[in-house]
Design a protein around this ligand. Structure first.
Ligand code: CA
Ligand code: CA
Ligand code: CA
Length: 323
């Protein structure tokens, strides 16, 4: 008993001192990568906007330019490294979805990069939002040593030192993200994630330009990558769990919106009790959000400017005009 206790304490001391290890490359035991054709995937991003970063943030402020924003939409490529959109140093991609992502069993979405090997890992931070305004970042871990710079064309990065950073696996295999990990975050609804934002990690260990993981460690990844293809190269974002579509088209036929055009209020009837409804302006911004308190109720449209709006419940939409 005493010996067991000492061994347990020793084990604890050793584990406590060691760097946390995560799953490894595609093909190794316990790998969590999700292949582009995995049967769990139910959808892909339907819109992508890229804000390019630099060839080399410290020396060449030409913006990366490879690939168009639309490459981030739809399924990720299996193996064509040219089917990617490059973010450049500190570049950003914002992706949206026809149906919001929700927290279900296991990973809820996966991010794909064009890495040509298991040890050349261009990384990006991953953030989610329920309104496109407030974002929460997954707690990224990079335990890659920072004594020397990971170079431009390395092939020996160790994925077991990396967690919650997109780009951890080679092309065709996505990095999974589980919204459950953000359950305690404020300002987002993990069952209604409308936006995924990717932020290139840069990868330099130069304190002037470096980025940090959740523990305050510098994220060391291939740098410099002073090309039009520099930085994280997005090939797609897959949805695994999405918001339930609890209202059918048949039910929606009963929904009535009147008067339409409206002035100070609009009456909604035939609505599904307890479901969320939203009114969007034509820029896609939600201007009214609520939960149906009963199947017939009235909402104020007094504060809306004159124009055309869209009322959405689930994936069904009705046009609404404010006079
Ligand atoms: Ca989940
Ligand atoms: Ca790449
Ligand atoms: Ca980099």
């Amino acid at each position: 008993m005493k010996r067991f206790l000492i061994e347990a304490l020793l084990l604890f001391a050793v584990c406590g001192a060691a760097t946390a290890q995560f799953d490894g490359a595609v093909g190794t035991a316990g790998c969590k990568a999700i292949q582009y054709n995995d049967s769990r995937i139910v959808d892909w991003a339907t819109n992508c906007t890229v804000y390019r970063g630099y060839y080399d943030i410290a020396n060449n402020r030409t913006l990366a330019s490879f690939g168009s924003d639309t490459v981030g939409i739809g399924p990720a490529t299996a193996s064509n490294t040219m089917e990617a959109v490059s973010l450049g140093d500190s570049g950003v991609a914002v992706l949206t979805f026809a149906t919001p992502i929700a927290n279900g069993q296991g990973p809820d979405f996966a991010v794909y990069e064009n890495g040509w090997g298991d040890g050349f890992l261009e990384l990006a931070f991953v953030e989610v939002s329920s309104d496109g305004q407030r974002y929460v970042r997954f707690p990224a871990i990079s335990n890659t040593p920072t004594a020397s710079q990971v170079g431009s064309f390395v092939s020996n990065m160790d994925p077991t030192l990396i967690n919650n950073l997109a780009g951890k696996y080679r092309i065709g295999w996505g990095t999974p993200f589980d919204l459950e990990e953000l359950a305690d975050s404020t300002g987002i609804d993990i069952n209604n994630i409308t936006h995924v934002r990717l932020v290139d990690c840069i990868g330099t260990i130069n304190p002037q330009y470096c980025t940090y993981d959740a523990n305050g460690n510098i994220v060391n990844d291939p740098y410099p990558t002073a090309f039009n293809t520099g930085g994280f190269d997005l090939t797609g974002v897959a949805v695994i769990n999405q918001r339930a579509q609890s209202i059918s088209m048949a039910e929606m036929a009963d929904v009535k919106v009147y008067p339409n055009p409206c002035r100070d209020f609009v009456q909604l009837s035939g609505m599904p009790v307890g479901e969320e409804y939203r009114i969007y302006d034509l820029s896609g911004k939600s201007v009214v959000i609520g939960i149906c308190p009963s199947n017939s109720f009235c909402i104020s449209t007094q504060d809306l400017q004159k124009g055309v709006y869209v009322l959405k419940i689930g994936r069904v939409a009705k046009k609404l005009v404010k006079k």
